[in-house]
Design a protein around this ligand. Structure first.
Ligand code: MN
Ligand code: MN
Length: 306
């Protein structure tokens, strides 16, 4: 029986590239594996796969009775709906431990680094498998994406070391330039609907019984949102009502200025204001230095719901 490698819902570059890089490794060590994805690719990920000549992984949302190696999450809210009927054989991830449990022993590679692909590279080293040139390219791009070209507070020395190694293998020395090219692709928002932008990199959370949704858009210049910010705020509110959320947020992250403007729609804004010790003005606030949803938003927002 083949093992499916698959990342979270609303897949990002790390989820897609780690499914591909992990599947290759598993096949190399004699375990048949097929990379899969739970949703459509974002423009950045399409750019990466095209650049290194990969096809999209298989679209798959049902895993009952199938072997699944999870990448880039361990949260139930980000899993396929039938996760409890799947046979989870492993998890490779770099987030806080989520709620997934298993009925059989599993292989766990969970480490506090900036990207799942950094850990997958360590799995290659552990199994003494060489990373092929094209796979090194997509792994490197995923790390540059997740760490915001090393600027994110989630980035560690291990991520930087692994990017250096992968850049040697794939023959792209100026990885900073490639990183900027990726973020420019990410910054293209013209002609895209507000809903599509909010959901492009969106994660649902359960915080002490309250439903929260947090999207993030990382761009090289926030002024591209000037004309559409009101639409984004209106649609954020519509989304909150439709999905019956307590709070819906959208992080507009400026990777050059290194901070985020947070748009907030909430049934009780005071929870958000208390969490970050700020006052919202017109349902938004600029948080200087804030680049990471995982490290700079969730650990503050979640305790506010306790
Ligand atoms: Mn991810
Ligand atoms: Mn990741």
């Amino acid at each position: 029986m083949a093992i499916y490698t698959c990342g979270h819902t609303t897949p990002d570059s790390d989820s897609i590239c780690s499914a591909i890089s992990l599947a290759y490794l598993l096949n190399k060590i004699g375990r048949e594996a097929i990379p899969a994805r739970q949703g459509e690719l974002n423009p950045e990920t399409s750019f990466i796969l095209e650049k290194f000549g990969f096809k999209k992984p298989l679209l798959k949302t049902k895993f009952a009775q199938e072997e699944l190696f999870i990448t880039d999450y361990s949260d139930l809210d980000l899993a396929p709906k039938d996760i409890n009927e799947a046979i989870v054989v492993g998890i490779v991830d770099h987030h806080k431990l989520g709620g997934i449990t298993t009925s059989t022993p599993l292989e766990c590679w969970i480490r506090p680094v900036g990207c799942t692909n950094t850990i997958v590279k360590e799995m290659y080293d552990y199994h003494k498998v060489e990373v092929p040139k094209d796979i090194a390219g997509i792994m490197m791009c995923a790390i540059l994406s997740d760490t915001v070209i090393f600027k994110s507070p989630t980035c560690t020395d291990i991520d930087i070391k692994v990017v250096r190694e992968l850049s040697q293998i794939c023959g792209i020395e100026d990885f900073g330039a490639l990183g900027m090219e990726m973020f420019k692709v990410k910054s293209q928002v013209q002609g895209v609907s507000a809903r599509e932008l909010i959901l492009r990199d969106y994660k649902p959370f359960d915080m002490y019984g309250k439903k929260i949704g947090i999207g993030q858009l990382e761009v090289v210049d926030l002024s591209i949102f000037d004309d559409i910010k009101q639409d984004l705020q209106n649609d954020l509110k519509a989304l909150r009502v439709e999905k019956n959320l307590h709070t819906a947020c959208l992080l507009l992250t400026d990777i050059m200025k290194e901070g985020s403007e947070i748009l907030v729609s909430s049934v009780d804004e005071k929870v958000f204001e208390k969490a970050f010790n700020i006052k919202l003005e017109d349902n938004k606030v600029w948080l200087d230095g804030c680049l990471s949803r995982k490290k700079q938003i969730i650990p503050f927002l979640e305790p506010a719901f306790k």
